[in-house]
Design a protein around this ligand. Structure first.
Ligand code: FNR
Length: 383
């Protein structure tokens, strides 16, 4: 077993173990991938201010996220097809998050269903909804999430139309993956992946198959998804969903001060500053660069969370110091899952917490709530 000391280590193991088309699905952005690259590179441009001779005992990363206790200000972002990276991937990730004490978000486009994950866990998780044209499907899915005891609804607002990822098209990746000769060769090259996938007992795309009209099996799924994302999504539709849900609501995919102000006035419990990990509007700025504008616009009216590009505890610290209340990770835990299953997700969380804790100490801070601009050195003209 190799010694794993960083998220990058998990990524390298994942890359060796996963079929190329699933690795590429994770490790790509839309079009030229400019925004995808900026997300990580911009974190590296922000530097930290070292402080010494400050008592660093009694440090704590504990916090509350939308009123729910968490061992650190980190949440697992919704990631579609997680169960293709590893059999029962959503369940493994949810269990790791639960044991660690951070929120897990199940995607609409997951392999395991809301009910599968609810059955396999003991604490509430969050459910992410894509707004579809089929209102009956949307209503029924909200009811399923309520019945499963989900403790927040995450509404993703930045994917009413799909940003193209060249690699997925070239690899012939679709949802569900079609078994053509090239994809079969792609899958067959990873014997270990095939062996563990044989263990899955889940219904594929369990939130959709058997629940959406006309989707009785996976063969009818891809045409359904292609035409289903609702391009008419607007604030009135979001209000309808908010009222039907009635619980904690998180709006994900905000990247503009004005949108953030509207979302806060609208009564969201949190917003997620996000460019979908560089998978949607290529050419958008990194979410960390947009954060200060959004913090100013929101003026403390709601919790501000952030994702896209977070690969370390140092990155989490930078986001918190710039005013985020919590940082979400997507790829960082998928690397762990694809490398080592549930233990890999736990490892990713441990790596990030250790880095956050150590970095906090070296910055002369003892509590995540005390982080602020005093900890940062930002290049002139960066924001
Ligand atoms: C995503 N993301 C995403 N978001 C969402 O709301 N629903 C989804 O189904 C998915 N699916 C998905 C698949 C894959 C493979 C990735 C990498 C991402 C976006 C995700 O929630 C989050 O915004 C980004 O992953 C954050 O960026 P990092 O941490 O991956 O850089």
């Amino acid at each position: 077993m190799p010694v794993i000391t960083s998220i990058e280590d998990l990524k390298q193991i994942y890359k060796r173990r996963a079929p190329r088309m699933f690795y590429d699905y994770t490790e790509s952005g839309s079009y030229t991938e400019q925004t995808f690259r900026d997300n990580t590179e911009d974190y590296a441009k922000i530097r930290l201010r070292q402080r010494v001779a400050v008592d660093m005992t009694g440090r704590s990363t504990a916090t509350e996220i939308i009123g729910q206790p968490a061992t650190m200000p980190v949440a697992l972002a919704p990631v579609g097809m997680t169960g293709m990276q590893m059999a029962d991937g959503e369940i493994k990730a949810a269990r790791a998050a639960e044991a660690f004490g951070v929120p897990y978000t199940l995607s609409t486009m997951s392999i395991a269903s809301i009910e599968d994950v609810a059955e396999a866990t003991t604490k509430p998780f969050w459910f992410q909804l894509y707004v579809m044209r089929d209102e009956e499907f949307v209503d029924a899915t909200i009811e399923r999430a309520k019945k499963a005891g989900c403790s927040a609804l995450v509404l993703t607002l930045d994917l009413q139309i799909l940003g193209q990822r060249h690699k997925d098209l070239k690899n012939g990746l679709s949802a569900p993956p079609k078994l053509t000769l090239p994809t079969m060769i792609n899958l067959a090259t990873k014997v270990g992946w095939g062996r563990q996938m044989l263990g899955t007992k889940r219904r594929f795309f369990g939130n959709i198959v058997g629940h959406a009209k006309g989707v009785g099996d996976t063969s009818s799924l891809s045409s359904w998804t292609a035409e289903q994302f609702d391009p008419k999504l607007d604030w009135s539709k979001i209000a309808r969903i908010r009222d039907q849900w009635g619980g904690k609501l998180i709006l994900k995919g905000i990247l503009d001060g004005e949108d953030a102000r509207i979302a806060a006035d609208f009564g969201a419990d949190a917003i997620v500053v996000s460019n979908h990990g560089g998978r949607q509007l290529d050419g958008a700025l990194s979410s960390i660069r947009m954060l200060p504008e959004i913090v100013r616009a929101v003026g403390g009216k709601t919790e501000i969370h952030i994702d896209s590009g977070i690969r370390s505890g140092q990155d989490v610290l930078k986001a918190l110091a710039l005013g985020a209340h919590a940082a979400w990770i997507g790829r960082a835990y998928i690397y762990g899952l694809g490398a080592m299953g549930e233990a890999g997700v736990t490892k990713a969380l441990e790596v990030i917490r250790k880095e956050l804790d150590t970095t906090m100490a070296l910055c002369g801070e003892r509590n995540v709530h005390d982080l602020g601009p005093q900890n940062l050195l930002v290049p002139k003209g960066f924001f």
